[in-house]
Design a protein around this ligand. Structure first.
Ligand SMILES: [Zn+2]
Length: 259
């Protein structure tokens, strides 16, 4: 039996050191990557985000259902972004305008455009979407021109500048037709393909909540690449920061049957 994300959430919710130590060891490296990408690599910023997650009102550990790790990570990503201040864009671009402008694009092209708002360069986006970086760039240039046709004031970075508010708007725009987390994971893991799932594809193609969700799941796969858990020694300063006692024995080692 292994210590699962669900048990970690339960232990963090009830403020058990085992849960928090597991969280810090396994997920600080991921939080650090998200903070560096969307904020800055400043250690003080990482600490502030962790303190925010630790607050009792944080929603991160509230799930009462056993969930796959990537589901938890999707929540973690949203929680971290909520803790970061994003500068207000000089020119506002709303989701309805983006949706209307990019309507002619295919589902994958929409993802290539949307990930520009998530601050991923074409070289980083290419592997996420299994596409050549030059193709990503071409789609983004076309998307920018399409947006230009719908707004009064335009600049090339308009979509990128509005990434944070657009992401919040898309996250809030889900409806009952939207794909479940499980369906996204099935598609990502190849248990289900888009082909032959025309209905799903038709929905996602017209739904920016689902486009955003899918891009965020692809992002998580990338974020996890090469991440190593922190050692006990590396976890210690974070435990001190958050006022967490060291566990007598790490729960996951006990559960893994270490003597
Ligand atoms: Zn949807």
């Amino acid at each position: 039996m292994i210590y699962t994300c669900y048990e970690m959430a339960r232990d963090c919710r009830t403020d058990r050191p085992e849960g928090w130590s597991y969280f810090l060891s396994n997920y600080v490296p991921v939080v650090r990557k998200i903070v560096a990408h969307y904020g800055s690599p400043d250690a003080a910023l990482l600490n502030r985000v962790l303190v925010g997650i630790r607050k009792p009102e944080s929603s991160l550990f509230q799930t009462l259902e056993p969930v796959p790790e990537r589901w938890f990570l999707a929540e973690l990503r949203q929680n971290v972004l909520a803790e970061l201040d994003s500068p207000a864009p000089e020119i506002d671009l709303d989701l309805e305008t983006v949706a209307a402008a990019l309507e002619p694009l295919t589902m994958v092209e929409k993802q290539a455009a949307w990930t520009e708002g998530m601050r991923y360069q074409p070289q980083e986006t290419g592997p996420m979407l299994r596409m050549a970086p030059q193709t990503v760039q071409k789609i983004r240039d076309r998307a920018a021109e399409l947006i230009r046709g719908k707004v009064d004031t335009w600049r090339r970075t308009l979509l990128a500048d509005n990434g944070a508010p657009l992401g919040r708007a898309a996250a809030a725009a889900g409806g009952k037709e939207c794909l479940s987390q499980k369906t996204f994971l099935d598609i990502l893991d190849g248990r289900m393909t888009w082909r032959g799932r025309e209905e799903l594809e038709r929905h996602v193609n017209g739904c920016w909540h689902c486009i955003d969700h899918f891009c965020r799941m692809l992002e998580i796969v990338e974020l996890l690449r090469g991440v190593q858990p922190l050692t006990e020694q590396e976890v210690e300063p974070y435990r001190t920061l958050l006022g967490i006692q060291p566990p007598k024995r790490p729960a996951w080692k006990r559960l893994l049957g270490a003597s």
